[in-house]
Design a protein around this ligand. Structure first.
Ligand SMILES: O=C(O)CCC(=O)C(=O)O
Length: 328
């Protein structure tokens, strides 16, 4: 119940680290599995305490995903699970390694998409789900919708692909559903969903209808995943011992914009057909374009996945991520 209220809340309490500590204490079961991980990665602090990149500064663990290692292309055919992958997916892996994303055309059937869109309409109408404080995102719809959960979020083929790419068992973390474009500025998901060692997050973006250029399509910067991870240590976040800087997210996005200009990164737009999926790397810069046609819908679903066996946290709000160790 408290979680649902907080989903809508945008005020001062969101900036107090103590509120998150209280929330951590109330959700102790979702932090229990972190004990051995903190030990393994030599993190000397309570699992209820605030957590951020500064706690690892200078000492990031070298166990990064195989796709991020310099000889990834050579290692690829020796990776666990390679021989079980269909050819069409194998052919896309080098592009993912080099560009930080891949597109799976027609991955989901029209029937599945229709079932999901119908379920979303019904849940919204019945007041059983709602948009969160952003007014644009339905958070964790999979908790109310078995279709969203089993056919999309925990789709067995998708989990197999993601596990291959990250080389560890996948831990489905959260879902976001949109009916309109997000218009979100460019960012890397690492700042919102972070791991130690770095790189153990991956996301899927699913088109729940054909996307037109005027409806606020997803955009991304190929190759940007290879830039260093930008953390609160690299821009003036305004964080203090007790609080999260109120401008931290805006200043982060300003810093990313400067990085895009500095490296002259090339922007691409995702104009998928219904059922297409884009998989992106933890550090691929991406965002939502402005909506140019009043009333244009852009139905889509984003799924974020961590892996097991790593420390998970939220760099922007400096708190450990709350989840159970294994999929429910
Ligand atoms: O769908 C979009 O417009 C952007 C979504 C996004 O940036 C995210 O979920 O991280």
């Amino acid at each position: 119940m408290l979680q649902r209220v907080f989903q809508k809340y945008t005020g001062f309490l969101r900036s107090l680290k103590a509120v998150y500590v209280l929330n951590n204490l109330l959700n102790a079961n979702a932090l229990q599995h972190k004990r051995p991980l903190y030990k393994k990665y030599k993190l000397k602090k309570s699992r209820f305490s605030p957590l951020g990149s500064k706690d690892f500064s200078g000492h990031h663990h070298p166990d990064i995903p195989w796709i991020d290692q310099p000889d990834a292309l050579q290692k690829m055919p020796q990776q666990y699970g390679w021989n079980q992958l269909p050819n069409y997916f194998q052919d896309k892996v080098p592009h993912f390694i080099e560009s930080g994303y891949m597109i799976l055309e027609g991955f989901f059937s029209s029937e599945s998409i229709h079932a999901l869109n119908t379920e979303i309409d019904q849940l919204l109408q019945a007041g059983k789900t709602d948009f969160n404080y952003t007014g644009k995102k339905i958070f964790n719809l999979f908790r109310q919708s078995a279709v969203a959960d089993l056919q999309f979020f925990r789709n067995p083929t998708m989990l197999q692909y993601l596990q291959f790419l990250l080389g560890k068992p996948i831990l489905p973390f959260q879902t976001l559903n949109f009916t309109l474009g997000s218009e979100q500025r460019a960012h890397s998901d690492f700042i919102h969903m972070s791991t130690e060692p770095q790189g153990y997050l991956i996301a899927t973006w699913i088109a729940l209808e054909d996307v037109t250029p005027d409806s606020g399509p997803l955009f991304y910067y190929p190759g940007s995943h290879r830039l260093p991870y930008l953390t609160t240590q690299h821009y003036p976040s305004g964080n203090t011992f007790f609080t999260i800087g109120s401008e931290s997210n805006k200043r982060y996005e300003d810093a990313i914009e400067a990085q895009i200009a500095q490296y002259k990164l090339e922007k691409q737009f995702f104009l998928p057909k219904k059922g297409d999926v884009l998989i992106w790397h933890a550090n691929l810069l991406h965002g939502g374009s402005p909506i140019l046609r009043a009333g244009a819908t852009r139905k889509s679903m984003v799924c974020h996945y961590f892996t097991e066996q790593v420390i998970t946290y939220h760099e922007i709000s400096q708190r450990p991520a709350l989840h159970l160790p294994f999929p429910r």
